[in-house]
Structures are given as structure tokens and as C-alpha cells.
Design a protein around this ligand. Structure first.
Ligand SMILES: *Cc1c(COP(=O)(O)O)cnc(C)c1O
Length: 386
């Protein structure tokens, strides 16, 4: 299916809403039935139609069709956050005594789930480096039910070989889940490589304007129905019609935004690589990246998030650098229109500042959609202050 068709037309039935070009926000909590039998059918299977907006909603359904098609998935659920998509995907597939193998340092709130919540229910997690397929082989136990991946990782940018992990997991009857927020389905299709479930924080590129928090989960219809009937409806994890509408709007410009961010990232990287105060960069599509071959094999592109190290003698210089930026905002998240930065030292107590630790000299930059010179000039003037 053409990406343009998916984004512009799929799921939109304009005749049913006055030929309006933009779809309506069906802002309703509930839906009326004409016949008792219709109501009975919905009670029997809420996944079959419109009953109540904690379940299915027509505006959300337009978005679901588009997102499923982009991921080449049978079906999709949209959540009120990326974190709730992670939560539902994992919790739906484990029970007392089960075991998870996760790539090390997945998204913060996935770690919280694995380290603090699931152990209370007798589910344990082993973390693996994930760069070598053997690390997965060694960690698998007879009770392993899920292999959890995030490739590229949004902090370390490390990759896992998705096809190899999927093949290993299938041979052992283990479900695979991949967080694909970094790439979006435009730059990577985990399901086509054999992964069972793929998820994204739609807060990032799908929304794209730093004004919605939402999540996407794609996989088989049977799996989506199972999650819908349990975690999704029980905890009320679904996206609201208004937020779904904002995400449909975000999707219209996803390809062009990714294109711009990709171009900008190339320019900013070039600047950083040549700057004397920069001591190395980390970016999957740079030839210096240790997994460059895997990146170009399994991804169609890379953009936005990158890391770099400052060549400084004290952490205070990093503080000065960050606080001298005039346009690039110091903030979490990414995938929006605006460039953002997070210094590694922000997650360390000041009393533990230690310049000999390379991780404290690291900064994570998100390159946004401003003109590249605008971003580069800001970085340059801030670097001149140290
Ligand atoms: C932001 C993020 C999430 C969580 O998504 P929210 O929409 O913030 O709940 C999950 N994974 C990655 C890689 C992220 O960057």
C-alpha cells in the first residue's frame, strides 16, 4: 500500500460525514443501539462495534487503520501513552512464574515495570546487552515468555538484530515485542522481520508537535483483541477521540517531517564531528557507529536523536554549555518540531559529578525541524562559552 494512500485516504469514509475533508472528532462517551440483538452482540464482543468510547470509537478507528497499515500489521490499538502500550503488551503476555528477557536499559518506564511492578506478581526479568544474539540465547529460560527489544535504544542508540532475535524466539515459542519509537514504521518495520508486536510512543514522531501523549501497538488481530478485552478496557488505556484526531493530523506530515529531520541531522552531525570541543558522536547511520552495517541492513533511515561527548575538564563546563543555549530547549521527549537536549550529568547528583566517567560528558540531542543553520549557530555559540 502506498504511504500516501494510507496517510491521505485509508479509513476515511467522507460520504458518511458530509464529504468533510478532515474527519470529525466523534466526541461521545456512548453509542445507542436500535435492536436488543445488536446490544447483545456488543455485550458478547465489544471488539465488534461501537458501544462505549473506553472501547472502540470511530475517530480512533480511522487512526488504527492507518497505523496498522504503516506497520504492515493485521491490527492496531492506540493508547493514551507509549508507556501504557508497553504496559498492556507486556502484562497481557505473562503470568505468575514467567520470565522476560529484555535488552538492557529499555525506556525508563519499561524498566520500572520490569524491576518494580512485575516482580510483585512473580514475573522476573533478565537484561542482556543485546548486541550479540548469543546474549539472548544464554538468558532464555524454560519459563521465558517475552523477549523485549528497543532498537535503536533511545538513549544508548544500541541496536538488536531483529530478524535474528525473531527467529530465535520463534524456535522457542517466545513472544517478541519491539519498541520502534526511534524509527517509526517509515524507517523500520519490525513485523516484516518476524517480530510479533511493535510499539511506538506516538508522542514522538506520529504526533510530531509536542502537544499529545499517546502510544501505538501493532500485531495480529487475535493479540489486539485479547489485549482489548483485558488490559485495554479494564484499565481504560485507550486514546481519546480528540487526541486520535490530532494524531491523524500529525500523520499527514510524517514523511515530510522525517525527511527534514533527516537532512538537519546530517548537517548538525557534520558540524559536531568537526568541532574541537566535541569528543565523538553516536549515531546509527554514521560510519563510525559500531553497528553501522546492521543499522543500514534493517533500517531505512535514522534521524533526530543522537549523542555526543564534550571534551571538557569539569562537569561545570557542560552546565555552562547547556545553560547558554538560546534556542535548543533542555527538555525530555523528542520527535516534535523543536530541538532538545539532555545532559547525561542531569541524572547524577551534583556531589557525584565525575568528569572521568564518559557517560557524564554525554549529551543527547534531538535535532528538530528548524533551519539547520539556526540549530548549528546555537550549538556553536554555546560551545564558544566553554
Ligand atoms: C517516550 C518513549 C516512550 C514512552 O512513551 P510516552 O508516550 O511518553 O508514554 C517509550 N519508548 C521510547 C523509546 C520513548 O522515547
Amino acid at each position: 500500500m502506498d504511504v500516501s494512500y494510507i496517510i491521505n485516504e485509508l479509513g476515511e469514509e467522507r460520504e458518511s460525514y458530509f464529504n468533510a475533508v478532515a474527519p470529525p472528532i466523534i466526541q461521545t462517551s456512548n453509542f445507542a443501539c436500535r435492536k436488543v440483538d445488536d446490544m447483545r452482540k456488543l455485550f458478547e464482543n465489544e471488539y465488534s462495534g461501537y458501544l462505549y468510547s473506553r472501547g472502540l470509537n470511530p475517530t480512533v478507528d480511522i487512526l488504527r487503520k492507518k497505523l496498522a497499515a504503516l506497520d504492515e500489521a493485521e491490527d492496531c490499538l492506540v493508547f493514551n501513552s507509549g508507556a501504557s502500550a508497553i504496559y498492556a503488551a507486556v502484562v497481557a503476555n505473562v503470568a505468575l512464574g514467567d520470565h522476560i528477557v529484555s535488552v538492557s536499559k529499555p525506556y525508563t518506564w519499561a524498566q520500572k515495570l520490569f524491576n518494580h511492578i512485575l516482580p510483585r506478581f512473580g514475573v522476573t526479568t533478565t537484561y542482556v546487552d543485546g548486541k550479540d544474539i548469543k546474549s539472548f540465547e544464554h538468558a532464555i529460560q524454560p519459563n521465558t515468555k517475552i523477549i523485549y527489544l528497543e532498537s535503536p535504544n533511545s538513549w544508548s542508540l544500541g541496536l538488536q538484530d531483529l530478524a535474528a532475535v525473531a527467529a530465535l524466539a520463534r524456535s522457542r515459542d517466545i513472544l517478541t515485542i519491539c519498541d520502534n519509537s526511534y524509527c517509526t514504521p517509515l524507517y523500520q518495520k519490525p513485523l516484516a522481520m518476524g517480530i510479533d508486536l511493535t510499539l511506538q510512543s506516538a508522542t514522538k514522531y506520529i504526533g510530531g508537535h509536542s502537544d499529545v501523549v499517546a502510544g501505538v501497538l501493532c500485531g495480529s488481530t487475535a493479540m489486539m483483541q485479547k489485549i482489548f478485552n483485558n488490559e485495554y478496557c479494564t484499565a481504560g488505556l485507550g486514546v481519546t477521540p480528540f487526541h486520535a484526531w490530532l494524531l491523524i493530523r500529525g500523520l499527514r506530515t510524517l514523511p515530510i517531517r522525517l525527511q527534514k529531520v533527516t537532512e538537519n541531522t546530517k548537517r548538525v552531525l557534520q558540524f559536531l564531528k568537526e568541532h574541537p570541543k566535541v569528543d565523538g558522536i553516536i549515531f546509527p547511520y554514521d560510519e563510525s557507529f559500531p553497528q553501522y552495517d546492521l543499522a543500514t541492513k534493517q533500517m531505512k533511515g535514522a534521524c533526530g536523536l543522537l549523542s555526543f561527548y564534550l571534551d571538557v575538564k569539569k562537569i561545570d563546563d557542560i552546565v555552562v554549555f547547556c545553560e547558554s543555549l538560546k534556542h535548543i530547549l533542555m527538555a525530555v521527549s523528542w520527535g516534535g518540531y523543536e530541538s532538545l537536549i539532555i545532559p547525561g550529568c542531569a541524572s547524577v547528583k551534583e556531589s557525584n559529578y565525575d568528569i572521568t566517567k564518559k557517560s557524564q560528558r554525554m549529551l543527547r540531542l534531538y535535532v528538530g525541524q528548524e533551519e539547520p543553520e539556526y540549530i548549528i549557530n546555537d550549538l556553536r555559540q554555546a560551545l564558544n562559552n566553554i
